[in-house]
Design a protein around this ligand. Structure first.
Ligand SMILES: CCCCCCCCCCCCCC(=O)SCCNC(=O)CCNC(=O)[C@H](O)C(C)(C)COP(=O)(O)OP(=O)(O)OC[C@H]1O[C@@H](n2cnc3c(N)ncnc32)[C@H](O)[C@@H]1OP(=O)(O)O
Length: 223
């Protein structure tokens, strides 16, 4: 894991997010509008020209390559380009994961037209991505060390409708650097997709105690 540090303070990060998150929401809305619009071609052509002008303005100052995952001096990750939860990524579903004291993680999400596979239903790859993210987060946060997905087994029990969905994940066991995790997506009727993951804390990853030491060192050097 690349511990690239940012010197941004909590207030600066909050200020940036207060501008960026509404922009991401607007782009998400744009994606939905493009999928579902039935306006005439001349309106579509004018829209494309306006969008191209916005892209040119944003390209005025860009990061080279991807966003990466900068860490604050408190070692909070900022995965803002992440495909599943990136706060700057309008392709990412509007997923916000909550972590609980019992070690589980949950999320409520509404999936719209941009996440369709079969008509009116969630694309299977999207379900797998959401579950993978939840499995990774639940184990990384509850165990205090970032883990990678080693093996992901997804079982589609029945079709998942677009609309409001609930997600839940928990760690079920561990062996050395391997963690076994379970997650599921449910609609109002109950589970539609379940996943079992073997998540691995890579050999070269700092363990929890080392992370705590690193946090303390960084905090001391910032004083
Ligand atoms: C505090 C921080 C919080 C921050 C929050 C962060 C949130 C993050 C959310 C992210 C969410 C998104 C998540 C993503 O999208 S993660 C992105 C998708 N995943 C990857 O790209 C992973 C690619 N693979 C690797 O990097 C390595 O192969 C890994 C790290 C997996 C193992 O490489 P390493 O060199 O370390 O392993 P080892 O050879 O010493 O073996 C060790 C043990 O593991 C067993 N094993 C090995 N491979 C597999 C396998 N594939 N399945 C099952 N088991 C496997 C092996 O038999 C052995 O077991 P044992 O013999 O000891 O019993």
């Amino acid at each position: 894991m690349d511990f690239r540090l940012t010197d941004m303070t909590d207030d600066e990060i909050a200020q940036e997010l207060s501008v960026v998150e509404p922009l991401t929401d607007s782009v998400r809305d744009l994606i939905d509008a493009v999928i579902r619009t039935e306006v005439d071609d001349d309106v579509l052509i004018a829209a494309r020209e306006q969008i191209d002008a916005v892209v040119t303005s944003l390209r005025g100052n860009q990061k080279p390559g991807s966003y990466g995952v900068p860490f604050t001096r408190k070692l909070h990750g900022m995965p803002y380009g992440n495909a599943a939860v990136g706060k700057r990524n309008a392709i990412a579903p509007p997923l916000r994961v909550e972590h609980h004291d019992d070690g589980s993680a949950t999320s409520e999400v509404v999936l719209g037209a941009a996440y369709e596979g079969p008509a009116g239903l969630v694309h299977g790859g999207i379900s797998a991505m959401l579950l993978d993210q939840l499995l990774g987060e639940v184990v990384s946060v509850s165990q205090g060390v970032p883990c990678f997905t080693g093996t992901l087994t997804v079982k589609y029990l029945r079709p998942t409708p677009l609309g409001p969905l609930s997600l839940r994940a928990e760690t079920t066991g561990s062996e050395g650097r391997k963690f076994f995790v379970h997650a599921e997506i449910s609609d109002a009727e109950g589970p539609t997709v379940t996943a079992e993951g073997i998540m691995i804390s890579p050999a070269n990853m700092p363990r929890h105690e080392e992370l705590k030491r690193l946090r303390a060192e960084l905090a001391a050097s910032a004083e």
